[in-house]
Design a protein around this ligand. Sequence first.
Ligand code: NAD
Length: 382
Amino acid sequence: MKKQMIHTGFLLVVLFNIFISLTQCSDSFLHTSIHRQREHKTVLLTGAAGFIGSNFLQYMFDKYPNYTFDVLDLLTYAGSLENIPDYIRKSNRFNFFYGSVTNPDIVDLVMSRADYVVHFAAESHVCRSIFDDLAFFDTDVMGTRVMMRSLVKHASTIQRYIHISTSEVCGTAETQPMDEEHPINPRSPYAAAKAGADRLVYSYWCTYDIPALIIRPFNNYGPQQHLEKMLPRFITAAMKGEPLTVHGTGEQSRDWLHTLDLARALDKALHLEDFSKIKNQILHIGSGIATSVVTIAKKILEHFDLPEDYLQFTPDRPGQVACHISSTEKARKLLDWQTEISLEEGIKDVITWYENNRARWQRMEGMKHIPVQTSHGTITLQ
Ligand code: NAD
């Protein structure tokens, strides 16, 4: 009897141990798989051969060694694989898909692989939209529609989708600073196309349960920006000892945001633990400081030790925006984000990039001037 009890006791201990190790094993399996889920993500970036997207790609690639990055880009005049450093292009964590966001089959393919999506792809230059706006509506509006249709299809696997809009959708500041409730009054065909896309995304989250949010960055500057944009034009003109051409009086002011500061905000939006706080929200991303165009031009002249008579004033751009200044409240509250790079520091950083990459921007020289017909005749925008 005693022997039988010892035997049963022994059996119970063995069974107990097997039970414990099984739970530990499934626990650790569960833990590993959750960990892996947390660690490995496929991030789809559209338009990341362009200025902002390529800066964001580099920031994220370096920060998240377990993430894979898929880039969908049509490589228009504004996109270049040169914007993506060699070590990224050669990595097995990087896949490039050549194609348009207006192509539903290609978009479906890349969206089916993604955990996170940031939709940057767009025609982005205001002056060019005054010259010919067709591609703007095709890419910015119809492309966003294709992305939205696909997001509805893949909403169970895509965890977060960020639509990159722009402060330009608001037009000139009616209230200062401009918060997320500011009226939408686009003043150029570019801004109108972006406003269409912005409202399209909004309508999709009202209609379908999609894990999307809208980010409206203010004026970005940073390395690798196309020469057609203001800051690269000013910097490279000063480097060559040529006049800096300023539209109108130059008193129009903008809220200048370094691409690295934007990258940090987007990173926070992708990783905020409680997604419900920002799901289906609009966030303005800017510094909260407005600086006029002519002030920037003077800062650059000062850096290159050039006198103010290097400023050359041209007719103003039609549909000009007088003032842009971002409210920083919502982004600070929801993302715990604010800018870290001052305009002075940022401009120096960008000047260094243009000094070190002459061959890259010299190839774009021919694209700086855009002649357009206006009611006052032909003017050249740049
Ligand atoms: P960019 O013009 O430098 O780059 C755009 C990229 O999109 C290019 O690589 C281009 O090849 C690609 N592209 C264009 N059409 C495409 C298509 N049909 N399919 C796939 N790819 C296509 O633009 P950016 O300055 O980097 O701006 C990126 C985004 O940020 C845009 O949505 C823009 O509206 C927005 N934004 C820009 C600023 C700014 O100051 N630059 C400010 C606010 C918002």
